[in-house]
Design a protein around this ligand. Structure first.
Ligand code: CLR
Length: 419
């Protein structure tokens, strides 16, 4: 794929973006009650996806053996590309009294006009002092209008965060835009105990915030506002101004072809899991900015940082993303030679040299292919990642990649030259 579709970051750096709200894990680790801890772990899980909003540039595929490190006040993280076919990226982060690690293998499915991405793999949060571990899997993401029209993306599906020590669960639903865009970006769900009793209600938008209230306050709110939450046939809640549209289909098609979204047609089928939502007519649904339900007794768990004003001119980056290629003072001598910051193609794209970036990208990919061929010829076909080992996730028993604890000793000699 041509470099113009890229953003000047590697996928390893995109994973490091999960850490932007690492302070939420620090707050979680401090809570004395496992239910409150779950609220903050859920807040962190949602916050980790916020940077994906409107980010439609493709991150560079990491080269086999590429690494990325980031050390900040709240955390340090190390990432490594541990497999090329299939592509698997592993990460391990640590902060005050918490550990966060995982491996991600993005699976792409093409649906003609859209591409659906499932980030296969588990992520785990551990609070070692509390002997507590949580796991979940990130939700799907769908990029629409990949052939014609304006690109847009949504994240949808269920996320089940399990506390393996106490049996508490947070079951979150990320809503698809579906056939009326009013639920776009919405997230909601419940925290339950091990006997499946609902304890807390979580609600928000992955692009903006997550709030939480106790279950009885939620029920009370539902009763008082029942007129707003009339359910339609497929169980989706409807607002009063969402009555079925009687606009003839032809007119709708015309409107859509004029790209005057948001797309609202109740005449289309509702979303179901097997058929990805495909608002396939070049329109971009707008999120309902008036969504501000405030259930009494709610607390705010997480709130997004505003994007910088130059964001739209710079790949829709957050401030955090803009800092990821920087070779900070002191790094020049200590950084591992396989670090994404040293990738010449990413660097060239960052500097606006698209042709140079394309040349370097091709060169690196050829170099990677040649190295793989050479390993095959030498019958040392296998590649051993330097900082992670394939193994089983100790909590959910899924295949995973576990950190060997060595990276921060910074013994980087003998590193293979991949750039
Ligand atoms: C979404 C959150 C998941 C991990 C993940 C994996 C792959 C990423 C995806 C996230 C976001 C969207 C993404 C995708 C790879 C390619 C795709 C960056 C971070 C971009 C938008 C593709 C653009 C392609 C067009 C130019 C055709 O936890």
């Amino acid at each position: 794929m041509p470099v113009v579709f890229n953003e000047p970051l590697s996928f390893l750096q995109r994973m490091a973006e999960y850490m932007e709200y690492a302070h939420v894990l620090r707050i979680a680790a401090k809570q004395t009650d496992p239910v409150t801890r779950m609220q903050y772990v859920a807040g962190f899980a949602v916050s980790a996806l916020a940077s994906n909003w409107e980010r439609l540039g493709k991150p560079f595929n990491p080269l086999l053996g590429e690494t990325y490190e980031l050390e900040r006040e709240e955390f340090k993280i190390v990432c490594e590309q541990v497999s090329h076919h299939p592509p698997v990226s592993a990460f391990h982060a640590e902060g005050a009294d918490w550990v966060f690690h995982g491996s991600i293998h993005p699976k792409l499915k093409f649906w003609g006009k859209s591409v659906e991405i499932s980030p296969k793999g588990t992520v785990t949060v551990e609070f070692p002092k509390l002997k507590e571990a949580y796991t979940w899997t990130n939700v799907q993401c769908c990029v629409h209008n990949i052939i014609v029209g304006k690109l847009w993306m949504e994240q949808y599906g269920n996320m089940e965060i399990i506390n393996h020590t106490t049996g508490h669960k947070a079951s979150l639903t990320f809503k698809a835009a579906g056939n009326n865009s009013k639920d776009l970006h919405h997230v909601e769900g419940f925290i339950t105990d091990k006997s499946k009793r609902k304890l807390f209600y979580l609600y928000g938008k992955w692009t903006e915030f997550l709030k939480c209230c106790d279950y009885s306050s939620y029920e009370e709110y539902l009763k008082e506002n029942s007129h707003k939450f009339k359910k339609d046939g497929d169980g989706r809640s409807k607002s009063p101004n969402d009555s079925p549209s009687h606009t003839p289909r032809k007119v709708l098609q015309k409107l859509n072809s004029l790209k005057v979204g948001p797309f609202k047609s109740s005449q289309h089928e509702s979303v179901d899991e097997a058929n990805p939502p495909d608002l396939s007519d070049g329109t971009v649904p707008k999120s309902d900015s008036t969504y501000s339900i405030d259930i009494p007794n709610s607390i705010s768990i997480w709130k997004v940082n505003p994007r910088p004003i130059q964001s739209a001119d710079y790949y829709q980056f957050t401030d955090f993303a803009m800092s990821l290629n920087e070779i900070e003072s002191g790094m020049a001598t200590s950084l591992c030679k396989t670090d994404s910051r040293y990738r010449p193609d990413i660097r060239k794209l960052e500097q606006g040299d698209i042709d140079g970036a394309a040349i370097e990208k091709t060169r690196l990919e050829e170099k990677q292919r040649d190295a793989s061929k050479a390993r095959k010829n030498k019958k040392t076909n296998d590649w051993n990642p330097r900082w992670f080992q394939q193994g089983q996730n100790p909590y959910n028993k899924q295949e995973d990649w576990l950190y060997n604890g060595e990276y921060w000793k910074r013994q980087f000699s003998g590193q293979v030259d991949i750039f």
